[in-house]
Design a protein around this ligand. Structure first.
Ligand code: HEM
Length: 255
């Protein structure tokens, strides 16, 4: 049970970290989008006869058009299991929306954001790692010749851009980890740095600064390593009012 909770939590965290295996998977895929995928081609009618019930041919599901045998996870996917609704079809959409209704169990992800696409490919990687591939589903993502459809090619471009942005955001979080914050009616607001603030484990603590993001007008409290020369060139950093230059903790004082 704990193993699965860890799997689920790591999937949720995928919105913040770019796993190496996902990047290497993407690299392997680059340039191969037009090559016919290996394995059997199934129609949606054929796939629907693999939902694990009586007289069915097996227990399969599809995600992003790739079909997997999930017999090994029958306790989740078999009739009566919590995730039985995923079987015999491609319900890619519901992996992200969590909408497990008839309308929600769809393969249409055309309105997904880049980060949703990244999270969906994370699920695909999970199935590639834990279950046996059985071929491709003809329809939304693969043609009858097993070629990726335009919809799939567009998604892959989106994925690539989503991963790039995530990597960028990750390296910004390393350079500018967030501060700890607290607020109470009695003493007002306070921000401070610690060697784990912002969830970034480091061997320095840093001092709080306001980091403005030009364009959005958004500000966040970040911890900076005072001796790092990169910060002296950053025009978007400001000290907190009435807070000593080297203080690790600052009270928030309204202007
Ligand atoms: C978008 C929402 C969700 C989706 C798409 C989803 C999907 C899945 C899938 C596909 C599995 C089976 C994994 C496998 O093959 O091993 C699974 C297992 C599991 N999920 Fe979810 N899940 C969602 C939300 C949740 C939530 C909110 C919770 C907890 C409150 C949860 C708790 C679990 C647990 C505990 C298991 C393992 C069950 C067991 O070992 O018996 N899931 N989930």
């Amino acid at each position: 049970m704990l193993k699965y909770i860890v799997v689920f939590v790591s999937m949720a965290l995928a919105a913040w970290t770019v796993p190496e295996w996902l990047e290497s998977w993407l690299l392997q895929r680059e340039g191969s989008a037009s090559a016919p995928p290996p394995g059997t081609l199934l129609t949606s009618k054929e796939l629907s006869s693999y939902s694990g019930g009586e007289g069915s041919k097996g227990l399969y599901l599809a995600i992003l058009g790739q079909v997997f045998d999930v017999e090994k996870g029958r306790k989740h996917y078999g009739p009566g299991g919590s995730y039985h609704f995923f079987t015999g079809k491609d319900a890619s959409r519901a992996f992200i929306t969590g909408e497990f209704t008839e309308a929600g169990l769809s393969s249409d992800v055309s309105d997904f954001s880049e980060s949703q696409i990244v999270a969906l490919y994370d699920w695909l990687s999970f199935y590639q790692r834990d279950y046996t591939p059985k071929g491709k589903l003809i329809g939304h993502f693969y043609t009858e010749n097993g070629e990726p459809t335009e919809a799939l090619r567009n998604l892959e471009a989106f994925l690539s851009e989503g991963l790039r942005k995530k990597a960028q955001a990750q390296s910004e979080m390393q350079l500018y980890p967030s501060c700890n914050t607290e607020w109470s009616e009695a003493s007002g607001g306070r921000v401070w740095c610690s060697s784990m603030s912002g969830g970034i484990q480091r061997d320095w603590i840093g001092v709080p600064r306001m980091l403005f993001s030009p364009g959005s007008g958004h500000t966040r409290c970040v911890c900076i390593h005072l001796t790092d020369p990169v910060h002296s060139e950053n025009q978007n950093l400001r000290e907190y009012k009435d807070c000593p230059h080297q203080a690790e903790s600052c009270k928030i004082i309204k202007d």
